[in-house]
Design a protein around this ligand. Structure first.
Ligand code: MN
Ligand code: MN
Length: 313
């Protein structure tokens, strides 16, 4: 993108989306308290995004303890926040496809070791933000993240990464790992002026800090080129594409289109036909706890702008 007018317009919407994502995140995190229902929390947070003038870029993820990402409650989920937990709230908002992605970890109950995990994720994120500038290789950002996290005697999750963002595309191609392998140093891509990047380190004490697919989740994504064979299903599918703007969606959001007792069956059919795919719940097999922190930034020549700067609700 080189047209200065287009760059200005994109920047304005990115900053607007960022402000809303940040406010909605603060609001949602404020609802995380012992015995609060996860379903109530995410629904209130998603309503907040809309009230503030944006749309969710994906269902709010509320992943607890050893779950790293992709937990969103189903319509029937009656899970509540326990007395002691690490609750990661990951929230995205978009305005006309300009996406802001941010996350925070709420520590429920007092626990010094868990507090350190929260600090480590935040320290990794801040180290990245202070390092990022156009022309630099992603490897250098990864190195800054992992060093900041190791200083607090924590380890980064090795197979979860930050990512570049483009219009209506949350994971646009470039990955930003939280570990810097020397073999990847000179193969790693360079950051470019105006590039939008989400940085999201995850901290843990696990000896094997790699997440695995634990079980199917309640978040789905579109497989763009496929359409269902059945005419009725095809019509529903085109409604879904419009309604969810081809971005990831929650099974519970389907209640706006079909009766709730048909949701699972319908999503299963669409999945079997290859029209949608499921995002499995990601977590650590050894059940070690995980903390996460995330911001979206716009890369500039001499640094970066954080679009999701923390706001009070
Ligand atoms: Mn996120
Ligand atoms: Mn992200």
């Amino acid at each position: 993108m080189t047209d200065p007018k287009k760059i200005m317009m994109a920047r304005k919407k990115l900053l607007q989306a960022g402000k809303i994502a940040s406010k909605a995140l603060a609001f949602t995190c404020g609802l995380v308290k012992p015995s609060a229902s996860l379903l109530d929390i995410v629904e209130a947070g998603e309503t907040k995004i809309k009230e503030l003038g944006a749309q969710p870029a994906f269902p709010i993820n509320i992943s607890m303890n050893h779950h790293a990402a992709h937990y969103t409650p189903s319509q029937e989920d009656d899970t509540t926040v326990p007395e002691r937990a690490l609750v990661k709230v990951d929230l995205g908002a978009h305005i006309d496809g300009y996406i802001a992605d941010n996350a925070l970890t709420v520590l429920v109950g007092n626990d010094e070791k868990l507090q350190t995990l929260v600090k480590a994720a935040e320290a990794g994120l801040q180290a990245a933000i202070h390092t990022i500038r156009a022309g630099l290789r992603v490897w250098n950002v990864s190195k800054a993240i992992s060093e900041a996290m190791r200083k607090l005697k924590t380890r980064p999750i090795e197979n979860l990464t930050g990512h570049s963002i483009e219009m209506f595309n949350l994971h646009a191609g470039i990955s930003v790992p939280a570990v810097a392998r020397s073999s990847e140093r000179f193969a790693s891509p360079r950051l470019k002026d105006h590039m939008v990047v989400a940085i999201e380190p995850f901290a843990t004490y696990s000896q094997n800090p790699r997440v695995e697919n634990l079980e199917p989740g309640h978040i789905f994504g579109f497989a763009r080129s496929r359409n269902p064979g059945n005419a009725k299903l095809r019509s529903l599918f085109s409604q879904m594409k419009v309604k969810f703007a081809q971005l990831p969606f929650a099974s519970r959001w389907m209640a706006e289109l079909i009766p709730t007792d048909q949701i699972s069956l319908t999503l299963n059919r669409l999945r079997k036909e290859g029209c949608i795919h499921n995002y499995p719940l990601l977590g650590l097999r050894d059940r070690s706890f995980i903390a996460q922190a995330e911001h979206t930034v716009i890369v500039e020549r001499n640094g970066c702008i954080v679009t999701t700067k923390r706001h009070k609700k």
